[in-house]
Write a protein of this length. Structure first.
Length: 249
């Protein structure tokens, strides 16, 4: 189970605690969102979290510091996910160097597709960072094989065409089965994780049963949004994470 959380959301002081709590409650991988003011692939939930984090004063340096703090007590894989503009602004080489130094394991940059990925992939490889690419239902078989060839870490299987956001499990499952069959045929080198639209253990079991894992972002941020800043809000979020992984036990 891979969990996406926006760095600096709901406040700057909670990100490290959330990551460590996610790990204790079943997360295997953390995707740490790098907020950007124009998040073109994200739906309203992650757009909202990005805007809050930016208002909170999140910066790339603070994100790297958060990863360093996590590394004092955890080796959970951390993937930075976001858009290429903030990376350009920071400087691609410096970004990859600082990411390596802080303990980042890999990158997902959705708007740096295969054809343009050398703008960051060369520096990423030099600094030991995995590059994770995406496939979607409208990806051709040839493209899926190319993504598999270029990816390291895992291949991110976007279950539906569209922006991020929790959807009904039935809606995703109906549209996704043929896509998953194609993924299994064409993506053979890397583990395959499916995301976009999963909001419960039942959804995950239904949609990801033939793949290697699942990714949850919007439903997790929705849970944070509903709980914060009530007393015990982190415990409520961690309970949601535990149920995502293990069901109602």
């Amino acid at each position: 189970m891979s969990l996406f959380i926006t760095a600096g959301y709901p406040d700057l002081d909670s990100t490290v605690d959330l990551i460590l709590g996610f790990e204790k409650n079943g997360a295997d991988i953390i995707e740490l969102g790098m907020p950007f003011s124009d998040p073109l692939a994200d739906g309203p939930t992650i757009q909202y979290a990005s805007n809050v984090a930016i208002s909170n004063g999140i910066t790339m340096k603070k994100i790297f510091d958060m990863v360093k703090e996590v590394r004092k007590s955890s080796e959970i894989p951390i993937i930075l996910m976001g858009y290429i503009n903030p990376v350009f602004r920071y400087g691609v080489e410096k970004f990859c160097s600082d990411a390596e130094e802080s303990g980042v394991d890999g990158l997902i940059i959705p708007d740096a597709p295969l054809e343009e990925s050398s703008i960051i992939s060369d520096a990423a490889a030099k600094h030991g960072l995995e590059m994770i690419y995406l496939v979607a239902p409208n990806s051709t078989d040839v493209r899926m094989r190319s993504v598999d060839e270029k990816s390291s870490g895992f291949v991110y299987c976007v279950s539906v065409t569209g922006v991020t956001g929790a959807r009904s499990g039935d809606e995703v499952a109906r549209s996704v089965q043929k896509f998953i069959e194609r993924v299994k045929t064409n993506v053979t080198r890397n583990p395959k994780l499916v995301g976009f639209g999963i909001k419960s253990h039942e959804d995950a079991s239904l949609i990801a049963r033939d793949l290697d894992g699942f990714i949850v972002g919007s439903a997790l941020i929705d849970t944070v949004r509903k709980s914060y800043p009530n007393k015990g809000w982190k415990e409520s979020v961690f309970q949601f994470v535990k149920e995502l992984k293990y069901g109602n036990i």
